[in-house]
Write a protein that binds this ligand. Structure first.
Ligand code: SAH
Length: 510
């Protein structure tokens, strides 16, 4: 009989920065039937999972065990026995204080096949992102990873405080924030110099990273003042002093800024990755989503008659995408477009068109409908048949002007932007708790939908401490119509332009 038991992959999900996931881990997440994850594994990684995969959260935040270890074990066995492959994501490395060893033993005893995918442990990565190398030839010849969870006052403790205190090792404590005072006391009591440097790094490798430094003598008070809580790594040893020189991550220009992205999820990744690279913590709360039009007949009809057109104009990446989706759905390909001339608004739209093998004939100097009109004014457009596939309820200036110039224009709806109110509660709660630094608006509809999310709340009050950043003058005008004066307006009306303007704003406000 063929063994139908699935395999359980015990996967190190890395310390938080999604870029620190291994390629092998990613492959297993992408193919798994079931993904089981907990508190320390970045939820971002779930985006890699198959759409039909079962996603199961098993918690474990401090004492809050959503599922007990025993129940987690049973779950893994049960799923594997159903013939399903399971990706069991664990923060950092599965075998570094992650109970991965116990899970592997348990799987073995149930004859469930398993594999281990080591991960980047927070014990090394969090200090590294704080500019602290855990070893350095001038400072220490070895490093210890120690649990900070064990109560150091308990009688049968396995903690060897005298050994830790006397060695010149870098001591890295995990799960130790609550016990910090005891850890410090025991080390000093056993002879460690009270001026030994110490750092705590909370949420290391993420945009929420926070570091507090001091010495064995001062650290408890400093951590109290900073109200630093778990999860954090405690690093003790002379390597900590290298942070003054080597810190790099917290020096990023947008480090720690909490920025809300309101654009549709499908379009957000470019903005999110640009901002994240600059150190920002991006909070995606899409206020819109992009969908095919309710009635696709007009677009299909115009594609059927495409040979009658002279020009095809795209005003957005979405227009390009939905136009070609429909074209391919109709069993056609780009060869039916060979006779056309093309115009695009904006370099990103132009690039997207190029993905389909077409180079735009016109690219306006700036990225607004008005500039396209200028670009057309130098060409002979009179009596030419122009197709304009774009969003429902888009601005009317472009078709009006082109018609005035004598073009015979057909405007068809290629897609619709619909309101998305899934993140409404999260948005209001973050605003009320003062946990947002910047809100980005990348189109007029992101503004108006954002405002409708706030409902009857006092927008002025909620946005008092928030910087608003608009992608261009039209979006800004929409914001003004709601009594919001954008603090930042992009000089170039693109995502890159918006990011650049944010950078300039923060540079100049330093
Ligand atoms: N297997 C994990 C450790 C699990 S134990 C690993 O290899 O990283 C949980 C402890 O890990 C937390 O209490 C905290 O001390 C540490 N930890 C995990 N992720 C962290 C992060 N991003 N920043 C700081 N500490 C982290």
């Amino acid at each position: 009989m063929i063994d139908k038991t699935g395999t359980v992959y015990l996967i190190g999900a890395g310390p938080g920065d999604p870029g620190l996931l291994t390629i092998k881990a990613k492959e297993h997440i992408e193919t798994a039937d079931v993904v089981v994850y907990d508190y320390l594994a970045s939820p971002f990684l779930l985006n890699y999972a198959r759409k039909d995969a079962q996603i199961i959260y098993v918690g474990k935040k401090g004492g809050d065990h959503t599922l007990s270890q025993n129940k987690i074990n049973l779950l893994l066995v049960e799923k594997a026995r159903q013939g399903l492959n399971v990706a069991r994501l664990k923060g950092g490395d599965p075998f570094v204080f992650g109970r991965g060893g116990e899970e592997a033993q348990m799987l073995l005893s149930h004859k469930v096949p398993y594999e281990v995918v080591p991960g980047v442990t927070s014990a090394i990565a969090a200090p590294a992102y704080a500019g602290i190398p855990v070893t350095h030839r001038d400072h220490t010849s070895f490093v210890s990873f120690i649990t900070g969870h064990e109560d150091p006052t308990k009688k049968d403790s396995s903690m060897q405080w005298d050994v830790y205190a006397k060695s010149n090792a870098t001591l890295v404590f995990l799960m130790g924030v609550k016990n910090l005072e005891n850890i410090v006391k025991n080390l000093i009591k056993n002879g460690k110099s009270s001026d030994t440097p110490v750092a705590l790094v909370r949420w290391g490798t993420t945009a929420r990273q926070k570091t507090v430094t001091g010495t064995l003598e001062t650290i408890v008070e400093r951590v109290r003042q900073a109200r630093l809580k778990s999860p954090a790594i405690i690093v003790i040893g002379h390597v900590v002093s290298l942070r003054d020189e080597l810190s790099w991550f917290d020096k990023k220009p947008l480090f720690g800024k909490r920025i809300v992205i309101t654009r549709a999820r499908a379009q957000a990744s470019g903005l999110v990755s640009k901002l994240s690279k600059l150190g920002a913590h991006c909070i995606e709360i899409p206020t819109i989503h992009i969908a095919p039009p309710e009635d696709t007949a007009p677009l299909k009809e115009s594609i059927k008659n495409i040979k009658n057109y002279d020009w095809l104009i795209f005003t957005s990446v979405n227009g390009v995408k939905f136009f070609f989706d429909t074209l391919f759905d109709m069993g056609l390909d780009v060869r039916v477009l060979g006779h056309l001339k093309f115009a695009c608004i904006g370099p990103v739209t132009k690039e997207r068109l190029k993905d389909y093998g077409i180079i735009s004939d016109i690219l306006p100097e700036t990225y607004r409908a008005e500039s396209v009109i200028d670009a057309f004014s130098t060409l002979e457009i009179k009596d030419k048949k122009v197709l304009l596939p774009r969003a429902k309820r888009a601005r009317t200036i472009l078709p009006e002007k082109l018609t005035k110039m004598g073009a015979r224009l057909d405007e068809v709806t290629a897609y619709e932007t619909r309101i998305n109110d899934k993140g409404k509660e999260e948005l209001i709660s973050l605003l009320e708790k003062d946990e947002i630094d910047v809100i980005t608006f990348t189109s007029s509809s992101t503004v108006s939908n954002f405002m409708s999310h706030l409902e009857s709340k006092d927008a002025g009050k909620l946005l008092k401490n928030v910087i608003t950043a608009s992608i261009g003058p039209i979006t800004s005008d929409t914001a003004r119509s709601f009594d919001i004066e954008p603090d930042i307006e992009a000089k170039e009306y693109t995502i890159q332009g918006l990011v650049d303007s944010l950078l300039i704003y923060y540079e100049s406000s330093k």
